[in-house]
Design a protein around this ligand. Structure first.
Ligand code: ATP
Ligand code: MG
Length: 323
């Protein structure tokens, strides 16, 4: 009994020590490259200033999205077959390499293909439209084919490691920034980050759900599927926010069994359930128009209204509809 009391007291003392060294601990964590989660709203707004947009290739479509596919976010495009999801994915492989607004100088792309529909020749055609060198364009796209949902996850682990390595300079800058704020040195923070052309700035998965759908097709497997999906999406979120990456994923649609009871005009919905719905910052629904025309609609966005834009699928990738 006595011994146990001693133990309890000792543990409590240890606990108090921990509390007292809280700020030292933060310092220690930072030295090891681990940041505490808190920022002031001002610091966060400074971080948000690094957000850039990658053009879809269509001005109308870009306008709908407030400039294009946003970094520090996950953008999901879903639609039925032939609505242009893969064509948009290809176009982004080229436009992400072009200079953009807000000091963006272009970057490399990681492309995870789950349906074996990636075609380097399409990149050549799209590169021609933007007058950029074929070889340079192809060199800047890191391609991987995923065969199972587990493989897809492993590839993302590799990607996370790659970002850690490639974005070293970016991380260092962010850490200096954090150090200043933790030490409470009240210098105005002129936090500026120049994009290095060698860095990975875009991550594409075409399509995010295809393999999950196959691997967890049984009725009783839905819960497990959603759990694995949540894990993967949290990794994607971390990549996008920590390394200022524009994450773009495509998704399929399925018949909504609940919709037959209601009077919904379009009884189909994107798959992935609430997990994907919440993880995606911006959701775009794509549908067919006449000929090569397609219509994009904002389905869910934190800051853009539910508008529509018409674009075209051309030999040079996604473009504007001709008048
Ligand atoms: P899925 O759900 O089957 O993956 P998707 O939404 O990915 O469909 P895409 O493959 O992006 O569809 O789009 C297919 C459309 O793109 C077709 O209508 C096709 O005519 C058009 N397309 C493909 N290649 C070209 C090209 N080189 N020039 C013009 N249009 C093309
Ligand atoms: Mg496709």
């Amino acid at each position: 009994m006595k011994a146990m009391e001693d133990q309890v007291v000792q543990e409590e003392l240890g606990y108090q020590d921990d509390e007292e060294s809280f700020f030292q601990d933060i310092d220690l964590l930072q030295k090891h490259g681990i940041e505490p989660g808190f920022l002031t709203a001002f610091e966060y707004s400074e971080k948000r200033k690094m957000v850039f947009h990658v053009s879809t290739g269509s001005q109308e479509f870009d306008k709908l999205l407030g400039g294009g596919i946003e970094s520090m976010a996950i953008t999901e495009a879903f639609g039925e077959f032939r609505t242009g999801k893969t064509q948009l994915s290809h176009t982004l492989c080229v436009t992400a390499q072009l200079p953009g607004t807000n000091g963006y100088t272009g970057g490399k792309i990681i492309f995870i293909d789950t349906e074996n529909t990636f075609r380097p020749d399409r990149l050549r055609d799209i590169a021609d439209r933007f007058n950029v060198d074929h070889e340079a364009v192809l060199d800047n796209v890191l391609y991987a084919r995923a065969y199972t949902s587990e493989h897809q996850m492993e590839l993302l682990d590799y990607v996370a490691a790659k970002f850690h390595e490639e974005a070293g300079i970016f991380k260092l800058l962010v850490q200096d920034f954090y150090k200043l704020t933790v030490l409470r040195i009240s210098v105005p923070v002129f936090f500026h980050y120049n994009y290095l052309p060698s860095m990975i700035t875009m991550q594409i998965i075409d399509s995010i759900m295809a393999l999950f759908r196959v691997d967890f097709s049984g009725r009783g497997e839905l819960a497990e599927r959603q759990q694995k999906l949540a894990q993967m999406l949290s990794r994607l979120q971390k990549i996008s926010e920590e390394y200022n990456v524009a994450v773009f994923v495509t998704n399929q649609m399925t018949a909504d069994p609940g919709a037959t009871m209601t009077f919904q005009a379009d009884p189909k919905k994107p798959i992935g359930g609430h997990i994907l719905a919440h993880a995606s910052t911006t959701r775009i629904s794509l549908r067919k128009g006449r000929g090569e025309l397609r219509i994009a609609k904002i389905y869910d966005s934190p800051e853009m209204p539910e508008n529509e834009a018409t674009f075209a699928i051309t030999a040079g990738g996604i473009g504007d509809a001709k008048e």
